[in-house]
Ligand binder design. Structure first.
Ligand code: PEP
Ligand code: MN
Length: 296
């Protein structure tokens, strides 16, 4: 969605060049597996924090598709704070993601943590996710900049918005123009929530850059019960989409269960968001059961 604040006041020119709004005022639409991010439709990417098993992934994928999500998320390589926490199924997880894509037709977004894995992840995914902890990994940014897939670039938990834009600049400078920015919360002095979701980031980035902006209310809050409210707030502020954690069995989740929506919670939230989008003059994907795509 383009600038919509109706404010003609001049903005300070930021340090980004290729990512700067002025370099492409018509806006960038990122196309991932046939889904357009940054166009008229609000795009919801949803799925488990981590890929855990074939059954968990397929059940969750069907649930998010029935709710109207367009893209399946799921980590195969997991950056965990503790080395004793579940680290992801790695290559086996990528294969499960690719299998579920064949079953459902949903494009896949999954994280790549290391330069040497960019090709491997590209062989299985539709969008390469660069996580918060890796936003400053310039070698990785350059490598995904040379990849053939779009990039979902998450804001570092202690990064300024200019630093996020300059990280995107590393990707764009290598020739990959398909970058989506993701606000996922920053660390502040406030301990009540896992991170402080910076809603200011949305209008600020929409003013500074032509790249699509999505919001991750799951990592941004850390609490399942807050996700629907902050999703609404993000769309009202102008986000192009959402990245939401959903798990078929939140009590048994191997990571981030406390911030993952249940399938029922996700469906209820999507119904609510559909109403809000009507008011905002945006469109949200219809539940897939009403417009089921054939398998790819
Ligand atoms: C994730 O989305 O899987 C994730 C690890 O998030 P972040 O990089 O924002 O912490
Ligand atoms: Mn997570």
């Amino acid at each position: 969605m383009r600038r919509q604040d109706g404010n003609s006041e001049d903005t300070a020119v930021g340090p980004a060049r290729l990512a700067a709004y002025e370099s492409k005022p018509e806006g960038t639409i990122v196309v991932a597996g046939g889904v357009e991010i940054g166009g008229p439709e609000v795009i919801v990417m949803a799925g488990p924090c981590a890929v855990e098993s074939r059954e968990q992934l397929l059940t969750t994928a069907r649930a998010i598709q029935d709710g109207g999500a367009r893209i399946l998320r799921g980590g195969a390589f997991k950056p965990r704070t503790s080395p004793y926490s579940f680290q992801g199924l790695k290559e086996e997880g990528l294969e499960l993601l690719a299998w579920v894509r064949r079953e459902t037709g949903l494009p896949i977004v999954t994280e790549v943590m290391e330069t040497r894995n960019v090709e491997l992840v590209s062989d299985h995914a539709d969008i390469l996710q660069v996580g918060s902890r890796h936003m400053h990994d310039y070698a990785l940014l350059e490598e995904v900049g040379r990849a053939r897939l779009p990039v979902l670039l998450k804001r570092g938990w202690c990064a300024t918005l200019d630093e996020l834009l300059l990280a995107a600049e590393y990707v764009l400078k290598q020739g990959n123009e398909q970058v989506v920015l993701c606000e996922r919360g920053i660390r502040t002095f406030e301990p009540s929530t896992r991170n402080t979701l910076d809603l200011n980031a949305i209008p600020f980035l929409k003013r500074r850059t032509h790249l699509p902006v999505v919001v991750d209310p799951s990592h941004g809050t850390g609490h399942r019960w807050m996700v629907p409210t902050m999703s609404k707030a993000a769309l009202a502020a102008g986000a192009d989409g959402l990245l939401v954690e959903v798990h078929s069995d939140v009590e048994a989740a191997l990571s981030d269960g406390e911030q993952s929506l249940t399938p029922e919670g996700f469906r209820a939230m999507m119904d609510d968001l559909r109403g809000l989008c009507g008011v905002l003059g945006r469109r949200l994907g219809a539940p897939a059961s009403r417009e089921r795509q054939p398998n790819r």
